[in-house]
Design a protein around this ligand. Structure first.
Ligand code: ATP
Length: 358
């Protein structure tokens, strides 16, 4: 396996798009450590597939370099990079049996015959297709075909990396969970460098050790699920991760306080001093917003309470801004409550980037 380094990657799909400054990737400098399980997470169109294709060699970047360990592979073909790829839709041989499909990548790489049998049997078990091993792929369901595709990607252990582009989209929800935990298990056993593209935060957070969050052609944060939750570096990470996402409230600094819609919010000592600007944004996760008796906190108008079973989501209005709070399911919610923020959980942002936090 290899350490993958992306140096100053920029990509525009045509010279005209470049001229119009319309880059699918604006500036990406990222390292995927050897043996790490990474998820590339972001909304549709943010550049995930473009980045994955640049790592695999399906696409040559307009600018920048791709390195596998110390080798510059920017101009190498996918075959020469020795990576395995699993796409959203099955890439298999319909006329071969399931077993033959799994053996094919190994035969192709001239793996000794004695090794092929046991590896194929192991993979058949992991993807749950032992009973159909001798069936032609053609007659199988879309779900089963995609499992073969995953198996073909995972069966080789000599690759530099395994890249997945939304590989579980066509898999039924129940089976998704099982395959995801199988992927994690394989990663634990073989410590393969894995890069997994998804726009689904649950999928990213359960699969990856490190999540690479992308937004508008840039990587905005790389972190563990905890880091992304606790310390979003960019307001986008705050509201993209979490359900509901982080509250982001524009405010002015006044001494040690923040003024949000005319209401004074006390900041922890020293926090405001670290913000160079007067106009900032306050970030607070709904989990750290509480309801308190009227007159003891920040006055809001409660608009809606959503009971989601294990907890309640309270939607309130603070001046022209919306604020969400997550409270325990058995929490009684008075119609005239104020809200309070856990001061040590406040994050400050200037121009969308984290300044400091409580
Ligand atoms: P999705 O989750 O929808 O697949 P993504 O995050 O993978 O999105 P990309 O497919 O990498 O995003 O697309 C990034 C940007 O590049 C988008 O604006 C997209 O419209 C554009 N783009 C992608 N492929 C091409 C192409 N072949 N020609 C021109 N523009 C493209």
């Amino acid at each position: 396996m290899a350490r993958i380094r992306l140096d100053h990657i920029r990509h525009a799909y045509s010279p005209d798009l470049a001229k119009a400054n319309n880059y699918a990737l604006r500036e990406v400098d990222t390292v995927f450590e050897d043996g790490g399980a990474y998820a590339l997470l972001g909304p549709s169109g943010c550049g995930k597939t473009t980045l994955l294709n640049i790592i695999s060699g399906l696409l040559t970047p307009s600018e920048g370099h791709v390195r596998f360990d110390d080798t510059d592979v920017t101009l190498l073909t996918p075959e020469a990079r020795n990576i395995a790829q699993v796409f959203q839709f099955p890439v298999i041989y319909d006329t071969m049996t399931v077993r033959e499909n799994l053996a094919f990548p190994l035969k192709n790489r001239k793996v000794p015959k004695a090794e092929i049998g046991p590896r194929v049997e192991d993979m058949l078990r992991r993807i749950g297709l032992e009973a159909k091993a001798d069936r032609k792929a053609r007659g199988l369901t879309a779900d089963e075909k995609q499992k073969i595709s995953l198996g073909r990607g995972l069966v080789r252990s000599d690759v530099n990396a395994i890249l997945f582009d939304e590989p579980l989209t066509v898999i039924d929800p129940h089976m998704k969970w099982q395959l995801r935990s199988e992927l994690k298990q394989l990663h634990r056993e073989f410590q393969m460098t894995m890069v997994y593209v998804t726009h689904d935060q649950t999928e990213a957070l359960t699969f990856a050790d490190k999540v690479v969050v992308m937004y508008a052609g840039e990587v905005v944060q790389i972190g563990t699920p905890e880091e992304l939750f606790e310390r979003p570096q960019h307001t986008f990470v705050g509201y993209f991760i979490g359900s509901p996402g982080m509250n982001v409230l524009p405010c002015d600094l006044d001494g040690g306080d923040a003024i949000v819609s005319g209401e004074r919010v006390k900041l922890p000592a020293g926090l405001s001093a670290r913000a160079a600007k007067k106009r900032i944004e306050l970030g607070i996760r709904p989990e750290f917003v509480s309801l308190v008796a009227r007159g003891t906190g920040i006055p809001v108008a409660i608009e809606k309470v959503e009971d989601i079973g294990s907890e309640k989501i309270v939607r309130a209005r603070l001046g022209e801004h919306r604020v969400s709070a997550v409270v325990a399911e058995d929490h009684a919610i008075p119609t005239d409550a104020d809200i309070a923020f856990s001061a040590e959980r406040l994050n400050l942002y200037a121009d969308s980037w984290l300044v400091e936090r409580g």
